[in-house]
Design a protein around this ligand. Structure first.
Ligand code: RB5
Length: 159
């Protein structure tokens, strides 16, 4: 598969470990940075990765920050991106099989390298199971975005 990987400074050390690992599994890897631990912003990493997926240049992505949380929140703002945090093999696999997850987010300050490798391996080996119930749920998720997406909410004072 064609894989892109991106991180902020918090995810950088894990990215450096995962790039050769993913290549060793036989996948091609586009490393979209960052390339140092100089402070950077996770939405920038999410945007680069999301664009690579949306353009069709790559099939799936890995997005790394300190916790995985900011990265996944940012990535899911981009239509066509279905990102999830998967700090265990079950979630990393099932996120693809049931939810068609195309971006796995990991927190470099949360997960150790061995579990990260196993979770990435599970994510990359998994395939979406096109059963009606999974398609229906994905369709409902798209509908949520249409009904409650940008411009649909006027924030109340104090909310
Ligand atoms: C950066 O310090 C950190 O806030 C970021 O990597 C991430 O954990 C945010 O969710």
């Amino acid at each position: 598969m064609r894989i892109a990987i991106a991180s902020d400074h918090g995810g950088f050390p894990l990215k450096q470990e995962l790039v050769p690992f993913i290549r060793s599994l036989g996948h091609t890897v586009q490393d979209l940075g960052v390339h140092s631990q100089e402070p950077s912003d996770y939405p920038d990493a999410a945007e680069k990765l999301g664009l690579a997926i949306r353009s069709g240049e790559v099939d799936r992505g890995l997005l790394l920050c300190g916790s995985g949380i900011g990265a996944v929140m940012a990535a899911n703002r981009m239509e066509g991106i279905r990102a999830g945090v998967g700090h265990d093999c079950y979630s990393a696999r099932q996120g693809v099989e049931h939810d068609d997850m195309n971006v796995l987010a990991l927190g470099a300050r949360v997960i150790g390298i061995e579990l990260a490798r196993d979770a990435v391996k599970a994510f990359l080996a998994a395939r979406f199971v096109p059963e009606e119930r999974y398609r229906r749920r994905l369709g409902k998720m798209e509908d949520l975005g249409k009904r409650y997406g940008p411009g649909s909410w006027e924030k109340k004072e104090g909310a």
